[in-house]
Design a protein around this ligand. Structure first.
Ligand code: 7TS
Length: 408
């Protein structure tokens, strides 16, 4: 089990007051997590002592920077049990990773009439790149629906998969419902018709153990900033044979083997997909974030969030007029999205901010999900390693105050 007091001491931002005398209750980790000291200090130390460009100079600093950058890649690979660090590509975030696959693999492999299967609960990052690809190629998008409780309607899966399906791209955890999807079963279903499986791990990799070999997924994408790491760094994991066969995404330095005025040949993996000077400090920071999470133990992280989520769902269900979105505790990760009768989610978030409680309000980049529910927006509290039951109590008290202020 996590010692929350000790964990909280690792996050300097949790000490701050957001208004005079009002301490921060940070319940927006699903949008972006806060950063523990080891990550902040590692990036600081890198800039103070080690910075130079990677893979270029033969001077000492460049060698040190390159070693730190590549060492982080090996640690990230181990974190998701990737068989080979060459299959772990540094990108900016989950969004860029999906766009990379859509441009590179998609443009080489998708033709008119081909089908791509998504779900109705995807983040826009796992919708829009496929819509753009389908429009360009004349491909067809299909959607696996969700049930009223926010779980996937798996009974419809066989009818949506066929020999026309080239890819099934789905989230491992909904950023609104919190639903944990049966990833291995969905991957197997895709493979059974010869399709590839892309897993959006933006919400799962930060919160539970993820093993790409056990899942057998073809691609996994995630963002560093949601898992104690810095912004500007994310990961595309891909099976080596697929990545080898894919054309580059962007051209430039580092991704080439040889350039003439007539053309170029491509560098080996992972560099083929890492054009230009990369986010070096951020990659190193993500390596330290992964060490930090590994030190806590991903099983402990998941167990802590399950406890907090159960407590939060129970407490929120006592608030009159509040409607929780998504499945019950046990079927979801650390997310509680809700609506409150008579109060717009933006008003809720604003009132809560006066009490120092930071939540997100809006469509959470999942407009189709909200449209299907018949609402424009929701409020969302999300939890992480430092969340306590006392903070959940503050959330509930603040909601009750919001109701009093608006006389509902
Ligand atoms: N996929 C899922 C499931 C997400 O939750 C997010 C971000 C992304 C992809 C995109 O990640 P990015 O780092 O490339 O932006 N989700 C959210 C959210 O729920 N609130 O803010 C960002």
């Amino acid at each position: 089990m996590l010692d929350t007091n000790r964990v909280r001491a690792d996050f300097p931002i949790l000490q701050r007051e957001v208004h005079p005398g009002v301490p921060l209750v940070y319940l927006d980790s699903a949008a972006s997590s806060q950063k523990p000291l080891p990550v902040i200090e590692a990036m600081n130390a890198y800039y103070r002592q080690t910075h130079a460009n990677v893979h270029r100079g033969i001077h000492r600093l460049s060698e040190d920077a390159t070693n730190a950058y590549e060492d982080a890649r090996r640690r990230i690979a181990r974190f998701i049990n990737a068989p080979d660090p060459a299959g772990v590509i540094y990108v900016r975030n989950a969004t860029e990773a999906i766009n990379l696959v859509a441009y590179s693999w998609g443009r080489a492999n998708i033709a008119a009439g081909d089908e791509i299967l998504l779900t109705q609960m995807e983040h826009h990052a796992n919708l829009v790149p496929w819509q753009m690809l389908a429009q360009e190629k004349g491909a067809v998008l299909r959607y696996l629906p969700f049930l009223p409780d926010g779980t996937l309607d798996l009974a419809q899966l066989p009818a949506l998969l066929s020999e026309k399906t080239r890819l099934f791209a789905f989230t491992a955890m909904s950023n609104v419902f919190g639903t944990l999807t049966p990833v291995r079963a969905l991957v197997d279903a895709a493979h059974s018709v010869g399709a590839l499986a892309l897993v959006d791990g933006a919400q799962s990799v930060p919160h539970l153990p993820v093993d790409v070999q056990a899942l057998d997924c073809d691609f996994l994408v995630f963002s560093g900033h949601k898992m104690c790491g810095p912004t500007g760094i994310g990961i595309l994991y891909g099976k080596r044979a697929l990545l080898e066969a894919m054309p580059p995404f962007m051209g430039g330095g580092d991704m080439i083997r040889r350039v003439t005025l007539e053309g170029a040949t491509w560098n080996e993996l992972p560099y083929k997909f890492e054009a230009g000077t990369p986010a070096i400090a951020e990659a190193i920071g993500l390596g330290v974030a992964v060490d930090y999470l590994t030190g806590l133990g991903m099983d402990n992280v998941h167990a802590h969030e399950q406890l907090i989520t159960s407590y939060a769902l129970e407490a929120l269900s006592e608030v009159g007029g509040l409607r929780l979105l998504g499945p019950p505790a046990g079927l979801k990760g650390g997310v509680a999205a809700f609506t409150l009768q008579g109060l717009h989610p933006h008003d809720i978030a604003q009132l809560l901010d006066e009490d120092g409680v930071a939540i997100r309000a809006g469509h959470h980049c999942a407009m189709p999900l909200h449209h299907i529910l018949g609402i424009n927006a929701s409020a969302r509290a999300s939890f992480y390693v430092h969340t306590t039951t006392a903070e959940i109590d503050r959330l509930v008290e603040s909601l009750e105050r919001a109701k009093r202020v608006f006389r509902i």
